[in-house]
Every structure is written in structure tokens, then in C-alpha cells.
Design a protein around this ligand. Structure first.
Ligand SMILES: *Cc1c(COP(=O)(O)O)cnc(C)c1O
Length: 407
């Protein structure tokens, strides 16, 4: 039985939402950078720390076993969230960035000069720089797929970019700037037809839609905890069993080994092979709690709510003279990036803050996309499960005032 979708009841579970900023009620529209955390997540971590905390895996004693059970329980929650086949396909990382670095470093030894990595122009730097490392250090060639004027992924250009040299396709499932949702199943199908592996950056999509890695048939899928109402310092990498069997470990240390001798080492099986050292234990448990919390709701209710917030904002700004909305692709997620002629995004964000409205301004870790759009920065309002239509109206009102001051 799902819980009824009641925004007031949801808001009451996020203590931070009742604070004021500059004497005004906080209107938090920076969810794409990091989402707030409900009591259920904050309490799960503090409760674990207060009642059953020790290091995981190594112990024989009761607390070690209880902590291990909770930590491994969180892994199962992520497995279920992604509909992965096995918990052994879920690797805890410290976030989305580390997950992508883990894959790039893990395949680096197989890269020959001239091997190609296909990326989209709307990738976050986290899904660009690890591949640049392969370009700089191993001679890989990066191929970029552009987006059309609505911000939609250019599937025909993608298909043309694939070749027998393609080793990896690394594409976002949802853009943190444009809100574009990519057709991941089709991207994966074409990548595999070309003999390449495919990784999806799900740092944004994870919180806005149902994910089924088996239906997508991807080799890798990346999540980050802090954008799904969970804590920072924790993320997850899904890797298909056979992909993980090929992938070399990135970090060496405790827990990831089988036998260590002076001149020889053998490794543990996945996922432990990729989790060297003491992991972020409480954060993993908090991540699991966040997925439990989100799982109470019918995802269609949440998606409809976020869509209504976005539409309200979009309809309010679309006709405004000198205001450009970046990203209008069909089926896009609840992210509104925009530019106002004659007003720098940083100045807009600063004035909005005076009205208690938190939006982000900058390049959003997506400089190739900024280049493609012909801007150096945008302002971005990104919506979450706890935002309300009244907040959208207040944001729009504050935006009009800010425009009035700046232009
Ligand atoms: C936030 C984000 C990342 C980086 O994730 P971290 O957990 O902050 O390292 C990568 N890709 C996208 C699309 C993001 O929005």
C-alpha cells in the first residue's frame, strides 16, 4: 500500500524546510545540486550510530555483525531500487563522481590509442574528466554527440558516431542543466550492436523516475545518494555481473583482496573487489533509508507533482521578453535553466536569495554544454518532491523583481 501523496505531510518530515532565509520562508529550488534529507534518513543514521555501530565485515562480535547486516541491507535496497539481478552487482562509492572514475580507471588497461569513448555534449564534468584521463594517458579519442535546439539527444548523430573502435558509451540519463531525459534503452541497444559497453549517469534521473537496469540492459548505472534525499559521501555503481568480472579494481586496500603475498595478490569477488578500505557505513545506511522513504510513494504521483511544478514555472517565464529557457525537450525532468538578457545569472541568484529563494547559477559543471548553448552560465531552478505550486509562484514573483532591478 502506497502512502497518499500529501505535500504538506511530506514537508513536515524535512526539518530544514521550516527555516527562514533573510527573513523569508526558505524556498529550496536547488535540488539538482543536492536534495534535503527527511527525518527518516537523519534518524536512521543517528540511530545506527547510537545503537549498533562497528566496522563492517571483519568482525565476529555482535556489533560488527549488526552493522554489517544494516550495511548489506542497504545494498539490497539499492539492488531493488534499480531492479538489478543480484546484490553482487551493486558497489558502494562515495558518490556519482567516484563511481564513474571507478569504471574509467577499471577499463584503462584495455584502452589502445585510437579507441573511442562516446559522450554527449550535455554531460556533467564527472562524466567527462575521467574519460579525458583516458584520452591524455592512453590515447583514447572522445567523440561528442550534440543535442538539438530543444536539448534532445541526437540519436542519428549518436548512431553515426559509433564504430568498431567504440569501447565505451557514457551518457547521462537526465541532464542536470537541460532536464533532458535520454532514451537509455535505445542508446544501450545501439552501443551493444557496435560492440561497446554503455554507462549511464543516473545522478539526476535516479530521483525523478523509475529505473530498471535490466530493462535498459546497460553495463553500468551510476547513482548518488545526496540527490535522492540521502546523505552526501555515498553513491552506488551498478555493474552487470560479466562487466564487473572484467573490470579491474581502482582502489587497493583492505577488504578487496583474497590473498596477499610479497610478489602476488588475488582479489575478492565483486562487489567487495571494488570497495577497498572502510566504506562510508552510516551514509550507506542513510542511503538505504532514503530509498525506503521514497519508496513509500507511488512514483507516478511524484512524477506528476514535479511535472506540475515545472509546467507552472515554465508557463510563467516562457513569454517573458529577453528570457530564454534552455532545454524544452519532450518528456524532460523538472529542471528549469534560463538566461535573462542583460542580467548575469549570479546577480539573479543573489537577489533571489534575498527573497529566500535558493537557485543555482553558473556553468553547473557542464562547460561543453555551456559552450554549445553559447552562454557562460545559466540560472537554474530545480524542483523536488517537497516543493509546492505556491513556492513556484513566489519564485516567479521574486524573479520579476530581480529582473526589474537588473535590467
Ligand atoms: C551531481 C552529478 C554528478 C556528480 O555526483 P556527485 O555524487 O556529486 O559526485 C554527476 N553527474 C550528474 C548528472 C550530476 O548531476
Amino acid at each position: 500500500m502506497s502512502r497518499p501523496f500529501d505535500v504538506d505531510a511530506i514537508r513536515a518530515e524535512f526539518p530544514i524546510l521550516s527555516r527562514e532565509v533573510n527573513g523569508k520562508p526558505l524556498i529550496y529550488l536547488d535540488n539538482a545540486a543536492s536534495a534535503q534529507k527527511p527525518d527518516a534518513v537523519l534518524d536512521a543514521m543517528s540511530e545506527q550510530g547510537r545503537t549498533a555501530y562497528a566496522n563492517v565485515h571483519r568482525g565476529i562480535h555482535t556489533l560488527a555483525n549488526e552493522t554489517t547486516e544494516a550495511y548489506e541491507g542497504a545494498r539490497e535496497k539499492i539492488r531493488a531500487f534499480l531492479n538489478a539481478n543480484s546484490v553482487n552487482e551493486i558497489i558502494f562509492t562515495k558518490g556519482g563522481t567516484e563511481a564513474i572514475n571507478l569504471v574509467a580507471n577499471g577499463i584503462a588497461g584495455d584502452i589502445q590509442p585510437g579507441d573511442e569513448i562516446v559522450l554527449s555534449i550535455m554531460e556533467h564534468h564527472s562524466n567527462i574528466i575521467p574519460w579525458h584521463f583516458l584520452r591524455e594517458r592512453y590515447g583514447a579519442v572522445l567523440k561528442w554527440v550534440e543535442v538539438d535546439e530543444t536539448g534532445a539527444f541526437d540519436m542519428a548523430a549518436y548512431e553515426a558516431a559509433l564504430s568498431s573502435k567504440t569501447k565505451m558509451v557514457a551518457v547521462t540519463h537526465m541532464s542536470n542543466v537541460l532536464g533532458t531525459v535520454t532514451d537509455a534503452a535505445e542508446i544501450a541497444r545501439l552501443a551493444h550492436a557496435a560492440g561497446a559497453e554503455v554507462l549511464f549517469d543516473g545522478c539526476q534521473s535516479g530521483v525523478h523516475m523509475d529505473i530498471d537496469v535490466q530493462a535498459l540492459d546497460c553495463d553500468y548505472y551510476v547513482l548518488t545518494g545526496h540527490k535522492i534525499y540521502g546523505p552526501t559521501g555515498i553513491g552506488a555503481l551498478y555493474g552487470k555481473a560479466d562487466a564487473l568480472a572484467r573490470l579491474r579494481p581502482f582502489h587497493g586496500g583492505g577488504e578487496m583482496i583474497e590473498i596477499v603475498e610479497r610478489e602476488r595478490v588475488t582479489y575478492n569477488e565483486a562487489p567487495h573487489k571494488f570497495e577497498a578500505g572502510t566504506p562510508p557505513i552510516l551514509q550507506a545506511i542513510g542511503f538505504g533509508a532514503a530509498l525506503d522513504w521514497l519508496g513509500q510513494f507511488e512514483s507516478d504521483d511524484m512524477i506528476a507533482h514535479e511535472h506540475a511544478l515545472y509546467e507552472r514555472a515554465y508557463e510563467a517565464v516562457r513569454g517573458v521578453n529577453g528570457l530564454t529557457v534552455h532545454g524544452t525537450a519532450e518528456g524532460k525532468g523538472a529542471v528549469l535553466s534560463f538566461s535573462v538578457e542583460g542580467a548575469h545569472p549570479h546577480d539573479l541568484a543573489q537577489i533571489l536569495d534575498r527573497y529566500g529563494v535558493a537557485v543555482r547559477a553558473g556553468h553547473h559543471c557542464a562547460q561543453p554544454l555551456m559552450d554549445h548553448l553559447g552562454v557562460s552560465a545559466t540560472a537554474r531552478a530545480s524542483f523536488g518532491i517537497y516543493n509546492t505550486l505556491e513556492e513556484v509562484d513566489a519564485f516567479i514573483e521574486a524573479l520579476h523583481k530581480a529582473r526589474g532591478m537588473l535590467i
